[in-house]
Design a protein around this ligand. Structure first.
Ligand SMILES: NC(=O)c1ccc[n+]([C@@H]2O[C@H](COP(=O)([O-])OP(=O)(O)OC[C@H]3O[C@@H](n4cnc5c(N)ncnc54)[C@H](O)[C@@H]3O)[C@@H](O)[C@H]2O)c1
Length: 255
């Protein structure tokens, strides 16, 4: 398969759904061999099967990003299966939130444990495998909510702000090794995460209209609009980018 990431091996956490699944599909269409990982086994395997049916190369591994031993095993298994590791997309994450005055330490740790600790573990354990192969590209899913606040989402905002600065520190530390590290900051995108949050809200329809109105382009984003940017960051087209924040938000943070 010809393509912009031909010959590269990509590991995509959170690959069973939303932005991870779409990134996996598009990386495979552009020639990468893709290891999808997720805690959602059936959905993850289904995405891998879909890629295989399209003629791409993909596999799925069960993987909880909060578990350090599983990160080590997953990276070893990816290298054993595909021979190398060039790209890591840290897409596993959870949304949700609690009003600050009702928030619990347990809830805080759940969100930051998956979104921030999980990303740290990915960077920590993928980088050596990439260095062994001469370099690579790590793409961390932050958010516009890693740049601006949102009521009721303190833990989420803190976790995504942490991902942005983890990205910059890692980019500086790894620059000499050939590993690039960048963060992506989507606005609100039509994925199961956003659909579930709106569904769980008492006034989901009004909430949706409010969110749409905050994007200058007057709509929420499509997963493809983020996955295309992830392919760019995974490819050699972005070879002079590291430590960057790629904001893709329909103008949300321009105001
Ligand atoms: N959708 C948006 O509007 C939006 C905006 C900005 C940033 N993001 C970020 O993009 C990433 C992907 O979001 P999405 O919208 O595709 O969400 P999603 O819910 O559709 O997919 C997230 C995936 O992560 C998996 N996951 C959750 N906990 C996990 C764990 N402990 N270990 C492994 N996998 C786990 C889930 O099973 C799910 O398949 C997240 O980090 C999210 O915070 C999303």
């Amino acid at each position: 398969m010809a393509g912009r990431v031909k010959g590269k091996v990509a590991l995509v956490s959170g690959g069973a759904s939303g932005l991870g699944a779409e990134s996996g599909r598009r990386l495979a269409r552009e020639g990468a061999r893709v290891m999808l990982t997720d805690v959602a086994h059936d959905r993850g395997q289904a995405v891998a099967d879909e890629i295989l049916a399209e003629g791409g190369e993909a596999a799925f591994l069960p993987h909880d990003v909060t578990d350090e031993a599983q990160w080590i095993e997953t990276i070893q298994a990816t290298v054993a299966r595909f021979g190398r590791l060039d790209v890591l997309v840290n897409s596993a994450g959870i949304g949700g939130g609690e009003p600050l005055l009702e928030a619990t330490l347990e809830g805080w740790r759940r969100v930051t444990g998956i979104n921030l600790d999980g990303t740290f573990l990915g960077v920590r354990h993928a980088a050596p495998a990439m260095i062994a192969g001469g370099g690579g590209s790590i793409i961390n899913l932050s958010s516009i909510l890693g740049k601006v606040g949102f009521p009721g989402a303190a833990a989420y905002c803190a976790s995504k702000g942490g991902v942005a600065l983890l990205t910059k520190a890692a980019a500086l530390e790894l620059a000499a090794t050939g590993v690039r590290v960048n963060s992506v900051h989507p606005g609100f995108i039509e994925t199961p995460m956003v659909a579930e949050a709106l569904h769980a809200s008492e006034n989901g329809n009004e909430m949706r209209d409010m969110l749409i109105s905050r994007h200058a382009l007057g709509r929420l984003g499509a997963p493809r609009e983020i996955a295309d940017a992830i392919v760019f960051l995974a490819s050699d087209e972005s070879s002079f980018m590291t430590g960057a924040e790629l904001v893709i938000d329909g103008g949300y943070t321009a105001a």
